[in-house]
Ligand binder design. Structure first.
Ligand SMILES: [Zn+2]
Ligand SMILES: [Zn+2]
Length: 289
């Protein structure tokens, strides 16, 4: 069973526990490492997105930034706390990010500059938003749209996931079928988009996470069994993520997800000896395969 998680969130972003509390829990679990991957979501129109007012009410609007400088400042203090913590901790603490990829040259330039400065150990690619006519829709906004709009937005969502894979920026992709969260995209007609996406992921040589956070509302992880079978067919490499926003969720349901992944035919699990830098390890993996 995998003894680490690289997809976790902390206080200061939208998590509920500090870096230190998460690390202590990881030690209790007997892990050799833990990675923090708070949200790196930068878009100049993010505050105009319909979801933003709810984020403000909920108090988690801090995960959104309208400029790269703003996001870099948040990560700078977070990474500093990790460095301090690492100096008094045995297990390896990795500095990651869960990044919303937005297509476009300006975004990419800004992002690459931010990365060169912050030097994260690894990057997770996510698609929490679908952009249409200059408006950013999250999954709840897609849910609120008309049936016809929903079809368009879900199609665009899968295009986004492929663009994220093809960007070459990411070590692995998060919760592939996130729209399942609001009950969308589960009909058989979406299998074709999913298949195209898994093929793109295979060609881009990116890993995919099996994310156990969806067990809070259903009986399968992200992605669905249907997608996991495609992952098995294409032999895409996977790893497990808890997407923990508090200490209680660290490593939660990994056994359950492992069993389901095996049943779907997945054999290509990521494993490592925990001794080297994770990001470079994946780069080495990419070159070797
Ligand atoms: Zn996410
Ligand atoms: Zn997350």
């Amino acid at each position: 069973m995998q003894k680490f998680s690289l997809h976790t969130h902390t206080v200061g972003f939208d998590g509920n526990n500090s870096e230190e509390e998460m690390v202590r829990r990881a030690e209790e679990l007997g892990w050799n490492k833990i990675g923090f991957s708070n949200h790196f979501i930068v878009h100049e129109k993010i505050e105009e997105a319909p979801m933003y007012k709810y984020a403000k009410i909920g108090g988690y609007n801090n995960i959104y930034s309208s400029s790269f400088d703003e996001a870099v400042a948040k990560f700078e203090s977070h990474y500093k706390r990790i460095d301090d913590l690492q100096s008094k901790t045995k297990i390896k603490i990795l500095k990651g990010m869960e990044v919303d990829f937005f297509a476009g040259e300006e975004w990419r330039k800004g992002f690459e500059k931010a990365i060169a400065y912050l030097k994260p150990d690894y990057l997770i690619g996510s698609a929490h938003f679908v952009e249409q006519d200059g408006i950013l829709f999250n999954s709840h906004d897609v849910k609120k749209s008309s049936k016809i709009e929903q079809q368009k937005l879900i199609t665009r969502y899968w295009q986004n996931v492929r663009a994220t894979a093809n960007s070459g920026l990411f070590d692995f992709l998060a919760h592939l079928d996130l729209i399942k969260k609001v009950g969308l995209g589960q009909e058989d007609l979406w299998a074709e988009e999913e298949k195209k996406t898994i093929e793109a992921i295979k060609n881009a040589n990116v890993m995919v996470e099996i994310n156990t956070s969806s067990y809070k509302q259903g009986d399968e992880p992200y992605p669905s069994r249907r997608i996991m079978k495609m992952i098995a067919d294409e032999r895409v490499k996977v790893l497990f993520s808890d997407d923990a926003h508090d200490v209680k969720r660290l490593g939660a349901d990994f056994d359950r997800a492992y069993k389901t992944a095996k049943e779907c035919g997945i054999k290509n699990f990521y494993s490592d000896d925990g001794s080297r830098n994770f990001f470079k390890l994946i780069i080495a993996d990419r070159q070797n395969s």
